[in-house]
Design a protein around this ligand. Structure first.
Ligand code: PGA
Length: 248
């Protein structure tokens, strides 16, 4: 059985003062029965790891460089994230693909670097509003999945996140049928490529997951959790999502 995963992506939000939200999250979820992950800005990783003490909450990065070290001003490598206490890293988020022009090949190289550093990558993909309207969603997701996921990925070392670009931060959510179609497609593509191990990959849905819509999304087949942006910033929002996933 795949363990459910509730992952929070703080994006470019948060300073030390916001660690109070982690204390609140831990107080609200003292003994989680699912996997919890928060990916804060890199500046907060070490402090968050320290402040959570022995709680099983995992802390992750939001990106890494494909190389382990070198002359790359402003970048952070996967071994550096691991040394700071991170245990996962988000890769190929649509905001990185847009803001930094990241290609599938670059995301795959980063995912390989993460694997080498022992960090499971949360590899993100999803169609634009235009692709959805044009009926090319599965083409886009299939291309991103094939291009961004390393051949050496396994269910233990990679997580797939389906995040329609038009649903991120907009309050818009695909229909449950649309989510089911894409998650089923991703599972089938993983099976074509990785065989029986495809069943071990967790496939997260992301894009405007909120306390009010979490339960119905988590009831969809092949939804193994969520990658949550805005609603992961406050324990009061994230904890009901965790509760809905725990109950699913
Ligand atoms: P959102 O972001 O939950 O704020 O829509 C999701 C994401 O970008 O991971």
């Amino acid at each position: 059985m795949r363990r459910k995963l509730a992952a929070g992506n703080w994006k470019m939000n948060g300073t030390a003062a916001d660690l109070a939200e982690i204390a609140a999250l831990i107080a609200a979820n003292p003994a989680p029965t699912i996997d919890l992950l928060i990916c804060p800005p890199a500046t907060l990783i070490a402090q968050m790891v320290w402040s959570k003490k022995n709680h099983p909450l995992a802390v992750g990065g939001q990106d890494c460089h494909a190389k382990a070290a070198g002359a790359h001003t402003g970048d952070i490598s996967a071994p550096m994230l691991a040394a700071a206490g991170a245990s996962h890293v988000i890769l190929g988020h649509s905001e990185r693909r847009t803001d930094h022009g990241e290609t599938d090949a670059q995301v795959r190289a980063k995912a390989q670097a993460a694997l080498a550093a022992g960090l499971p990558g949360v590899i993100c993909m999803g169609e634009t509003r235009a692709a959805r309207a044009a009926g090319t969603t599965l083409d886009v997701v299939g291309r991103q999945l094939a291009g961004s996921t390393p051949d050496t990925a396994t269910g233990a070392t990679a997580v797939i996140a389906y995040e329609p670009v038009w649903a991120i931060g907009t309050g818009l959510v695909p229909t449950l049928e649309q989510i089911a179609e894409v998650h089923g497609f991703i599972r089938a593509e993983l099976a074509r490529r990785f065989g029986a191990d495809a069943q071990a990959f967790r496939i997260l849905y992301g894009g405007s997951v909120k306390p009010g819509n979490a339960a119905e999304i988590f009831a969809v087949a092949d939804v193994d959790g969520a990658l949550v942006g805005g609603a992961s910033l406050k324990s009061a929002d994230f904890s009901p999502i965790i509760a809905a996933l725990s109950a699913s």
